[in-house]
Design a protein around this ligand. Structure first.
Ligand code: CU
Length: 111
């Protein structure tokens, strides 16, 4: 029982510790022309990986729809696209082909 508790403690500290020793990759899927989840919160240094699960073409373009701001852009994402976020802040993004309905936000927290 003690071992289980110790193990649980380690897992919890890894999950919720103040500064994880490695960066994480968080996945956002494109399903039915929607970014899922549309709003994600990550830590500085983490990566976001967008995966297009459908045949339809989409982009992952930073900025407030419909104005790209040039921070990142994957035009016509077919399968996967990754961005590492090194600066805390709010990052709006959208799909240039469907700017009215496809929007998302990445919130990057300082460690
Ligand atoms: Cu789209």
């Amino acid at each position: 029982m003690k071992k289980v508790l110790a193990f649980t403690g380690i897992v919890l500290s890894l999950l919720f510790g103040p500064e994880p020793a490695w960066s994480e990759t968080v996945e956002v899927k494109i399903i039915k022309s929607t970014y899922i989840p549309a709003i994600i919160k990550i830590k500085k240094g983490d990566k976001v990986k967008w995966v297009n699960t459908e045949e339809l073409l989409h982009t992952v373009t930073s900025g407030k729809a419909p104005m790209p701001d040039g921070k990142f852009n994957a035009a016509y994402v077919k399968k996967e696209f990754e961005v590492t976020f090194d600066k805390p802040g709010f990052y709006d993004y959208f799909c240039e082909l469907h700017p009215a309905i496809m929007r998302g936000v990445v919130i990057v927290e300082a460690p």
